[in-house]
Design a protein around this ligand. Sequence first.
Ligand code: SAH
Ligand code: SF4
Length: 406
Amino acid sequence: MMRLDPFAADDAELAAVLGDEPAYRVRQLRGWLRRGVDDPAQMTDLPTGLRERLAECLAPPARVLRHSTADAGLTHKLLLEVGEPGGAEAVEAVLMLYPASGHRRARATVCVSTQAGCALGCPFCATGQAGFRRQLTVGEIVGQVTAMDRRLRDGTIAAPTNAPPDAGQRIPDHVTHVVFMGMGEPLANVEATTAAVRWLHDGEVGLGLSARSITVSTVGLLPGIAKLTELGLPITLAVSLHAPTDALRDDLVPVNRRYGLEALLAACRDHQRSTGRRMTWEYILIDGVNAQPDHAEQLARLLTRRDAPRVAHVNLIPMNPTPAVPWHAPPADQQRAFAAVLTDAGLPATIRDNRGGDIDAACGQLYADYAVGSGRVLPAAAEAWSRLPVDADGAAPGTRTGGGAV
Ligand code: SAH
Ligand code: SF4
């Protein structure tokens, strides 16, 4: 029997599982789930017999395999095992704490995974290198947030004690922001992603987060962007661009061969028209591949075109090391020069701080415990991989020539 995902279930479906129980039990059950208690055994105000029935009928609770911390206690990674025996997968979620500074309020941002692995095979990304294993369910996505939220509320995750409490180290006691930037491509699991966004936003059954504090990051799957547009919530759309031309993007983001830059810009414009929100671009900086001054100039021209969507932020992400390629970030002065070209063109560009590097929790480093190459990748991605300019001796690739990319 397929067990019920309580985060995806409506009241009638939950009532059916609860049987002859009074109607308020649905509310009690939802209250536990919202507080991060997904194990029926811990739902102490439910009768024992009912707890046992729920344990049989509901999807099993996530198991914490490992909790790692970095950045003096401001970054936490949970390795969770989700799913039933036989379909169990390890997934990673990261919590980044930002104490208040100046006028900025303190934040607690969870970066969630939407798939175990990813089929899209972007060569620089550890998740892509591992390949695709399976989709995560709504409960498996949302459960990453509630697991962190519960630990903030009960003090398991607290402000670092190595600074006095008035030194601006105070952190929120609950999750304030969610970014869909962990393992997997959210829009390749679009039904679960949109349901998770709705749950996180819903103030009755879910966490009641404002749509503005939810960001979905995508490589640009156009049908998925259209679904997000239909969702009609003013969430932030973040698109991983990584290259200013189709020729270079075809290699760095193989799915670009299906959905090219012009169509991507048009889909982002539509999303913007309907939500009124400015969007974020993400651009990984890889030394010798996409981070030279002429790439910055091309990027500035592309993003300031009259018909380009309006930009809230260009997030430059210095490449974090991953197992299968010898690529790395350019030197800091080159990163700053790249950012300066964009800001000079009027684009708000910043270089992303590198959280969680020591615990493999930084952008693109999540791959749970999968062996590289153990899953499936899209044929286009596999082909792009085979053409990677990686020297046989593992040296960093030089600047490409040909193909008009550089
Ligand atoms: N699949 C989605 C979301 C997950 S990846 C996407 O690609 O947008 C989140 C961000 O991390 C993306 O911008 C991705 O390109 C970036 N990323 C992947 N590998 C990286 C690496 N090795 N170093 C830095 N950023 C990386
Ligand atoms: Fe998948 Fe995003 Fe990694 Fe590309 S960068 S392989 S889309 S997770």
